[in-house]
Structure formats: structure tokens, C-alpha cells
Design a protein around this ligand. Structure first.
Ligand SMILES: [Mg+2]
Length: 287
């Protein structure tokens, strides 16, 4: 057995949360917190398997990021494709989104897929049973007021009130990011641990910290038709990182779309995601 050597390119990192891997004869330490922002080798995902259960983020993954938050313009070609994927996987398809489930239903009507909305704060399982985390929506009143004051000072920003979560968008004015972060940090500090700031692509959202996309995916995996199948999660943003970790830990596949976040596998953009989903859909169709 050859001795392990520390590679010259091994990253310097704290010992508390470091994963050590053997690569090319070197022991390479990877800080757990940085696994998804390190320049890891990103590969095209392998050929689809009929064993998979599939979890799909929506914005930036299935549809292109656009100027307005949560648009509900239906795309019939996408809807037909998702129907075919749903059939190919015997119903093992769930949407995992920051939108509300009602908004997802408008976007994908008439299909009502299993779904997690509001980054996991609400969930509808494959049987149609819907759960919503009990959150004191009134506790967010102060946050709403602070965000509206922010918009009065910066009219290019936009508040999206989702009831039990509130988002501050600045997609038409990216330079507002530091000011938006400061505003949300102040509000979150006043609310304490029950709430946290979920950052996304030109949006910061104040939500309960008790549910995330990860808790939603883990809950789906305890239920039919998902239980016992290989989980695959496709997402594009910071809010998807927890979900990537869940499927990786369970022997599944994390797939990042675009260049904003990293995962074990990579797809270039929503158009390429659709091409890949065509392969999944083909699993259930005669050749
Ligand atoms: Mg997304």
C-alpha cells in the first residue's frame, strides 16, 4: 500500500467539516460547505433509468429566467413533455419550486403534479394530499413593511408577497443586491431563528427555516410512488443545494443547470434539460 501524500493543490480548509477523498494518489480535502461552489468536474448525466424518481425545479431549470417573477404563461410543448415523463416513470415526478403550488398548477394546467411549493413550506404528495407548514404570517408584517419601504427608495425592486413567505426581487437592477441583502438581514435579525433569508437569482426571500427543498424531497422519498427508487434532482440555484445533498446522500443524482451552482452532474440550460427529459420520456414509449 502506498503512503498517502497531500497533493500540492489540496485546498486549505478548516478540519471541522472536511471530506477527504483519494484522487490520483493524493488525499484531497474538500470543505463540505464548498463542495458545490468548488470547480468540481461537471459531467453530462448518464442515460436515464426506469428506476428513477425525478424531482424538478422549475424556474431556471424547466423554463428560462425572465424579467417578471413567477409568470404563468403556459407552454404546451413543455406540458406535453412532462406528461410523457410522468407516464414513463409511473408517476414518480414531483416539482420542487419556490413558487406556490397554486401558481404551479396554473403554469402546468390541467396537470396537477406532486409538488413542493415555497421552497418546501407547502407540499402536495402523489395522492393529492396537501400539507402546509403552519407559519405566523403576521410575523412577516414588519418584513413586508420594510421591503415596501425598500421599493419606495428603489422603484426597480419588487416585493412578491407569497403569504407565508415574502420575496424581494431586483432582477431589473442587479446593483441593488448589497442593499437588498442588508435590508433582509436587518429584518431577519428582528425575527430570530424561526425565519431565514433564502437567496436566489436576483431575489432574496424571507421564509420559515423549518422547511426547505431538502425536507420536501426527503418527505417524498418516504412515500409511494417515490419510496425505494433512485432520486434525481435537477435545479439551478442556491435554494437547490440542500436538495442536491439529499439525493447524493441517498445514492441518487444531483444535476445542476447552468453555471450558478455546482452538482455532481451538469446540464447547460433549460433547453438542454428538455432535450434530456425527452430521453427520460422515451423510456416509456415503444421504440
Ligand atoms: Mg430555479
Amino acid at each position: 500500500m502506498h503512503a498517502l501524500r497531500r497533493g500540492p493543490r489540496a485546498p486549505r480548509c478548516g478540519a471541522a467539516r472536511t471530506v477527504w477523498r483519494i484522487r490520483d494518489g493524493f488525499a484531497v480535502g474538500i470543505p463540505v460547505e464548498l463542495r458545490y461552489v468548488f470547480p468540481m468536474k461537471a459531467n453530462a448525466p448518464p442515460a436515464p433509468s426506469a428506476d428513477w424518481c425525478l424531482f424538478l425545479d422549475v424556474d431556471g431549470t424547466l423554463i428560462e429566467f425572465c424579467d417578471s417573477p413567477s409568470p404563468t404563461n403556459r407552454d404546451d410543448a413543455l406540458n406535453r413533455l412532462l406528461d410523457r415523463v410522468w407516464r414513463a416513470l409511473d408517476g414518480r415526478l414531483a416539482l420542487i419550486s419556490g413558487r406556490t403550488i397554486d401558481n404551479l398548477d396554473r403554469l402546468f394546467a390541467p396537470r396537477r403534479f406532486a409538488a413542493a411549493g415555497l421552497h418546501g413550506l407547502e407540499r402536495r404528495n402523489a395522492s393529492g394530499v396537501r400539507q402546509r407548514l403552519e407559519v405566523d404570517a403576521d410575523a412577516l408584517d414588519g418584513a413586508r413593511a420594510a421591503m415596501r419601504r425598500f421599493v419606495m427608495r428603489h422603484p426597480q425592486a419588487l416585493v412578491e408577497d407569497k403569504g407565508i413567505a415574502v420575496a424581494l426581487h431586483y432582477r431589473s437592477a442587479p446593483h441593488l443586491e448589497p442593499a437588498a441583502r442588508e435590508c433582509l438581514a436587518d429584518v431577519a435579525a428582528g425575527l430570530g431563528d424561526p425565519f431565514h433569508v433564502q437567496e436566489g437569482n436576483m431575489v432574496m426571500e424571507l421564509k420559515s427555516s423549518r422547511s426547505t427543498k431538502a425536507t420536501a424531497i426527503a418527505a417524498f422519498l418516504e412515500e409511494p410512488p417515490f419510496r425505494g427508487h433512485t432520486p434525481v434532482f435537477v435545479g439551478d440555484d442556491l435554494t437547490d443545494l440542500d436538495g442536491f445533498r439529499v439525493v447524493d446522500r441517498r445514492g441518487g443524482m444531483s444535476i445542476a443547470v447552468g453555471g450558478r451552482v455546482r452538482a455532481r452532474w451538469h446540464i447547460a440550460d433549460p433547453r438542454a434539460v428538455r432535450a434530456w427529459l425527452e430521453q427520460v420520456a422515451a423510456l416509456g414509449e415503444p421504440r
